[in-house]
Design a protein around this ligand. Structure first.
Ligand code: SF4
Length: 372
């Protein structure tokens, strides 16, 4: 196989983890679980004989099962947790009148790194929510902690930045990372090819229980504006299909690098900005610093969001749009659209998460900075 994958920024060369993951799968003493990020399912297309933007989640699950993974989950479930925690954080800030500065999203590690480096003074306004990948990894490691086998957790992600996120000290328990390996979409494609599976002919299969439920809100995390739309579905009081459809037209959708939207929360108008691409992020930050007000700012480092991540096969802009459309159609197929209606959430909050929400789902990037 390939020996190295180039970082999209060109600054670093990222190691290929496929050999290590194969070794863990073949080790009889391990229990290997895997989660697949929303954006991955619409990006395998050309390489594996499907159409651009086609949602291949069922086939990916079937392939991972044949490759020998023990438990197969969908990061969209982790995204549902992120929506609940991030909405609560947003509403708390507004209620307490602490919204002179916007709440910045925190699920893109390349954005978090950028903020730490260039705008450390903004860190107290970056959400304390761990990314969907990290939230879900905490839950999975907890769930199987009594297993007699060594637990290994793999995440299939659209970018190499996730490899660095997984390795951060904040996400280690007793020195072991919650996510042991991150495979990029390209590495997954390589492993599928190595295993000799004829991907296009696989019959789609379902993800495993007990974490087998997710909502459309979780799936759209993979495209710019998706996190915002998911949070809005959570905070608006009208949960009807018409109300959710109208959220799609507030301005949050589409491939533009800077988008603005506003929605009513009670008698208050929430102002939201959605940016993708770090140049757009820094331009927006300068506008905010000179007095422009927003309540929520979604930042994704890759133009268009994770569908266009550096670990995905490269495509031109029309194909990128098809990937975005693929995620919105996956959302349409989900019978639950809003994260709080995912029945699994209730089970988690009453079970594993009881009294441990902060420990398992949050991270404090700001205080780490102050402690230095
Ligand atoms: Fe990774 Fe890009 Fe998505 Fe950020 S926007 S999480 S860098 S793929």
């Amino acid at each position: 196989g390939q020996c190295a994958l180039a970082c999209p920024t060109g600054a670093i060369v990222v190691k290929d983890d496929t050999r290590k993951v194969w070794k863990e799968i073949y080790d009889k003493n391990t229990r290997v679980s895997v989660q697949i990020a929303p954006a991955v399912r619409v990006a395998l297309g050309k390489e594996l004989g499907l159409n651009d933007g086609e949602n291949a989640i069922g086939k990916i699950v079937a392939a991972l099962r044949r490759m020998g993974f023990d438990d197969i989950f969908d990061t969209s479930t982790g995204a549902d947790l992120t929506v609940l925690e991030e909405s609560a954080e947003l509403l708390k800030r507004i209620k307490e009148g602490k919204n002179d500065m916007p709440l910045f999203t925190s699920c893109c590690p390349a954005w978090v790194n950028y903020c730490e480096k260039f705008y450390p003074e903004l860190l107290p306004h970056v959400s304390t929510c761990r990314s969907p990948m990290q939230m879900f990894a905490s839950i999975i490691k907890e769930e199987y902690s009594t297993s007699s086998k060594r637990l290994v957790h793999v995440a299939v992600m659209p970018c190499t930045a996730k490899k660095f996120e997984a390795a951060r000290e904040e996400f280690k328990v007793n020195g072991v990372s919650n996510v042991d390996y991150v495979l990029t979409t390209q590495e997954l494609i390589q492993m599928i090819k190595e295993s000799g599976i004829v991907f296009s002919e696989l019959e789609p299969e379902a993800i495993d229980m007990p974490f087998g439920t997710y909502t459309g809100a979780g799936v759209i995390f993979g495209v710019t504006g998706g996190v915002t739309e998911a949070v809005l579905r959570r905070v608006v009081s009208d949960k009807s299909p018409t109300s959710f459809r109208s959220l799609a037209y507030t301005g949050v959708r589409g491939m533009k690098g800077v988008k603005e939207a506003s929605v009513m929360y009670g008698d208050r108008k929430l102002r939201i900005a959605v940016v993708s691409g770090l140049k757009n992020a820094s331009d927006l930050i300068e506008r905010i610093k000179s007095g422009e007000h927003y309540d929520l700012v979604e930042v994704m480092a890759c133009p268009g969001g994770c569908i266009n991540g550096g670990g995905q096969p490269f495509v031109q802009s029309e194909e990128r749009e098809k990937r975005g459309k693929g995620l919105y159609s996956a959302d349409k197929l989900c019978n639950i659209k809003s994260s709080e209606e995912n029945p699994l959430m209730m089970t988690l909050y009453k079970g594993i998460l009881k009294g441990r929400v902060h420990e398992l789902l949050h991270v404090d990037y700001a205080s780490k900075k102050e402690a230095k």
